[in-house]
Design a protein around this ligand. Structure first.
Ligand SMILES: Cc1ncc(COP(=O)(O)O)c(C=O)c1O
Length: 420
């Protein structure tokens, strides 16, 4: 394996930590070291590790069959459970990843509108689909020409980039300038209501109202990417009724830790995938492992154990976490910033306000962040390489306190080197 593993997101020098097992809020590496894990597989494991319902469901399903060519009853049950929870979902189709879900939603938008342009926010990550793989890590060198999408990684199709417009998140005037002249060619705007790479800052109500209005007025689709943010509540990210999207791509938590993605929306829009229609579906969607029974069974068990009080508890722990982390920075005497909502949080070194991608970009470059995260991990607490964490239902107040104490101790031990 080039680099020694398969995901760039967890590569590090000299080598990443190879994991062996997990239970509750903890993981163990192959050397037997234990970590309080706030990564939860990039936020997907909302119940942490070894949830008994999920483990049983997977075992039971594995004894029956791990995959089939035909659909299953479990697929119907998971579809019903999710659709019943979200007021703007009538129908759903499953995929294997969040990236595929985004791809399907955007193909649907093109098929329904007959248009080619997709607008995405600068810095937003939407997975591995060419048209939205532009400007994920945009840097000051192209801020002055932000409307011109740039390839992020060599290998992204240049033809796809000519279909991508990049707009500034939460900036109505900046977005208006870019979209104004192209409204009749716009298929969709894709928005993440809590974009992690933009700084885990929430979508502003006036920006949502603007994009909802603009897309409706110009017959384009408003697509939400809730792959990460579906964990914010029982019905996904909280939204005003006036801001409901036409289509939503999501995944992660609904698979109970197994591979999954989904796209859902109104019956009218979802008809674009319907093979029972006289002229067949306008978007062809299949896949050998799509709606595989293991993911469906794990997802059903995980989601059935997530009722409104569970989200209330998770989100209250999240509020408490953000308070404790901010207090840890203050008490160590090192300027820091904590962002996030619900059960998600992100830490930055530096106290400049984080309200845009440019703010986040500046703080995320801080060379002290990586040694801080490594020091925390050496004392047994693991966050993602960008300082993002997700709380699971397996965690409690004691785990959150340990996180705060670990941050404070790490800051105190490093601040002399940093000359704060
Ligand atoms: C907002 C968002 N969209 C899309 C994706 C891609 O999902 P997946 O990794 O399941 O392909 C991610 C993954 O982290 C994400 O956070």
């Amino acid at each position: 394996m080039p680099g020694g593993n398969t995901r760039i997101s967890n590569f590090e020098r000299p080598h990443p930590i190879y994991l062996a097992s997990g239970m509750g809020a903890y993981v163990k590496d192959v050397d037997g070291n234990s970590y309080l894990d706030f990564q939860n597989n990039f936020t997907a494991l909302i119940h942490g590790y070894g949830h008994p319902g999920v483990a049983d469901a997977v075992r039971r399903q594995a004894n029956l069959a791990v995959s089939f060519a035909g659909p299953t009853v479990t697929e119907v049950k998971l579809a019903e459970l999710v659709v019943e929870r979200v007021p703007y979902f009538d129908q759903i189709r499953f995929t294997n990843t969040g990236s595929e879900a985004v791809m399907m939603a955007l193909k649907a938008a093109r098929a329904l509108t007959g248009r080619r342009l997709i607008a995405k926010c600068e810095g937003a990550y939407h997975g591995n689909y060419d048209v939205v793989e532009a400007n994920v890590t945009a840097s000051p060198r192209n801020w002055t020409e932000v409307e011109q999408a740039r390839p992020e990684h060599s290998g992204v199709a240049f033809s796809a980039l000519s279909d991508c417009l990049v707009v500034p998140f939460n900036d109505i005037e900046g977005t208006r300038k870019i979209l104004e002249g192209v409204a009749d060619r716009l298929a969709a705007i894709i928005i993440d209501p809590l974009p992690s790479r933009i700084g885990l800052i929430p979508l502003a109500a006036d920006y949502l109202a603007y994009v909802r209005d603009f897309t409706r007025k110009h017959s384009a689709l408003l697509v939400f990417d809730q792959v990460l943010s579906f964990r914010l509540g029982y019905a996904g990210a909280p939204l005003p009724q006036t801001g409901y999207p036409d289509l939503c791509a999501f995944g992660k938590i609904i698979g109970g830790g197994l591979p999954i993605g989904a796209v859902a929306g109104s019956a009218e829009v979802m008809a674009v995938f319907d093979p029972s229609l006289a002229n067949g579906p306008r978007v062809h969607h299949s896949g050998t492992f799509t709606a595989n029974p293991l993911s469906m069974a794990a997802g059903l068990a995980a989601m059935a154990d997530l009722l409104p009080p569970d989200f209330q508890r998770l989100n209250a722990l999240g509020d408490r976490t953000r308070t404790l982390l901010a207090a840890a920075f203050a008490s160590a005497g090192v300027p820091g910033t904590v962002t996030g909502e619900g059960s998600l949080f992100r830490i930055f070194l530096g106290s400049e306000p984080v309200s845009s991608y440019a703010d986040t970009f500046a703080l995320a470059q801080d060379p002290r962040l990586k040694p801080l995260l490594i020091r925390m991990r050496e004392t047994g607490v693991s966050l993602s390489p960008i300082g993002l964490g997700a709380i699971s239902t397996a965690m409690d107040e004691a785990d959150i306190s340990r996180l705060g104490e670990t941050l404070e101790t790490a800051l105190r031990s490093l601040k002399h080197q940093w000359r704060v």
